[in-house]
Design a binder for this molecule. Sequence first.
Ligand code: SF4
Length: 274
Amino acid sequence: MLPLIYNIPAPMIETYKGRNLIVRTDDLSELNKSFTPEDLKNIVYIQLLTLKDTELLKSQVYGTPLDLVVSDPVRDLPRLYTYTQWAKTYPVRISVPVIPGFIKIVKLAAALNFAVNLIPGQPGPQRIEEMMQVLNFYLRQSTVSQPVEFFHTMLFAIFNDEPLNMWTVCEENPLQYRYITDQGQETISARFTGIKLPEDLNAFKDTFIKRLRDEAPECNNCEFLANCDAYFKWPNREFRCDGVRMLFKMLQETAAELKRDYVASADAMEKRSL
Ligand code: SF4
């Protein structure tokens, strides 16, 4: 089993010393006070919760992979430019919830060469339509050079027949990730904050899925269960997945198309070498 990665608020760095960490903060300068160079070795990435103009290049953590969390697409859109210098040398990812305006964030992020991480939630019909547009944009636009998650990893999981599911891709698999709330409570991810979960978080996902299977036939009969693993049934189990299945379908068809191209080019190479 891989060591757990803890997503912690910056002031808790001392408590979690020596663990693999995602450190979240509203202000990079706060990290300058609390970090030693030794701490940086265990940082998977820094999650910046508030995008603002700041003297980034003077930051002690300059060079650490950065995850910029967009909370207001309209307000945060122009602020993406602030981080282009960082992204020239070090990885920068934009995490954006699927809410009105997210599509503009994705397009600008792609133009600025940032990776994108969609936080899908339980998207309604309008948002699904926009996610289909984003998926098309990601798959067909030759100028997009950075991954748009969860599409990117899921596409290659389907292509390679890998048993990878949405909980892992979205960094919410309790066997790999833990989220420490600002009050110090250990849970699975930000969307579980304030929700009472069983003490054994390792068992949560399997117990939850088992219950869903018993209670919600939609997952039992879903052809994408292996890749989704009932991810979209949290928190509302009544959520209808017609739109989500369209996204998985498009990924599945694209993976099949890639496989056909791959086999055709392998055949052509073989013929040439005969
Ligand atoms: S797409 Fe919906 S129905 Fe299918 S496995 Fe996921 S949550 Fe269940």
